[in-house]
Design a protein around this ligand. Structure first.
Ligand SMILES: C[S@@+](CC[C@H](N)C(=O)[O-])C[C@H]1O[C@@H](n2cnc3c(N)ncnc32)[C@H](O)[C@@H]1O
Length: 230
């Protein structure tokens, strides 16, 4: 038997050009999650506060947040220069900027609302802790972090079920079996999903006082984490 090779996952190499179609075909309820993010932002994006979109990629959600909250400054942060270049070219708003930076090294200030969708699974346990602690430290009292991510189901049966259903979801949206397998292999060891219990523990350890699950599709979860009260 011969060994097979694989191309490990990376965010460069022109991914920014196809990213928007790619995430819609790969992530269940992607558009509904963006809509819900904007709705939830109204409670926390008080005028004069900062909004951060961590792992902002091509910047569509950052731009929508800037349009919705003209009296807030919005910063999209992404470690991949091709992503921030694409976002900067595509979205121009007076209250919006994109920065190329690692989330674990990002200093947040006066934040009312922070989004981190489909970012944390790409960080190690230590990087997640550093990033979540920095977010909690940068939020004003009563501010909130909204995260969306693929989580790790609690049992082997649930993991198998989630994997099978997700494959069906992607096939139904036009991805080929070869594309699906290649991505799964590329993400091995790069994307590290955690259980919901682990995630809630991390959020509490970072200083968030209230966590609420606001959307779920199989093992895809969106959690709102609030820091204290206003
Ligand atoms: C799956 S995409 C999610 C993008 C977007 N939040 C969304 O929901 O469509 C993850 C993004 O996070 C960026 N990223 C990965 N690791 C990062 C890090 N350590 N710091 C900042 N951005 C990072 C990648 O370049 C990529 O654009």
């Amino acid at each position: 038997m011969t060994g097979t090779t694989r191309a490990p996952w990376s965010w460069d190499g022109g991914l920014a050009e196809t990213f928007d179609d790619h995430v819609r075909a790969s992530i269940p309820l992607y558009e509904q999650a963006q809509w819900l993010t904007l709705e939830l932002s109204d409670e926390f994006a008080v005028p004069g506060s900062m909004i951060y979109d961590l792992g902002s990629s091509t910047g569509g959600l950052s731009a929508d947040l800037a349009t919705r909250h003209p009296r807030c400054e919005v910063v999209g942060v992404d470690s991949e220069p091709q992503m921030t270049a694409a976002a900067t070219a595509a979205h121009v708003r007076a209250n919006l900027r994109f920065e190329t930076a690692d989330v674990a090294a990002t200093h947040l200030t006066d934040a009312g609302f922070v989004v981190a969708h489909h970012l944390l699974p790409f960080l190690t346990r230590v990087e997640r802790a550093v990033a979540l602690t920095a977010v909690a430290g940068g939020l004003v009292d009563g501010g909130a972090l909204l995260i969306a991510e693929k989580t790790l189901p609690d049992t082997a049966a649930a993991q198998a079920r989630a994997a099978t259903v997700l494959t069906g979801y992607k096939l139904a949206r036009g991805l080929s079996a070869a594309q699906i397998v290649a991505k799964e292999r590329a993400l091995r060891g790069v994307m590290l999903p955690r259980t919901i219990a682990h995630l809630e523990g991390e959020l509490q350890a970072a200083g968030f006082t209230e966590t609420t699950t606001v959307m779920t599709w199989m093992n895809w979860t969106m959690i709102l984490a609030v820091k204290g009260t206003r």
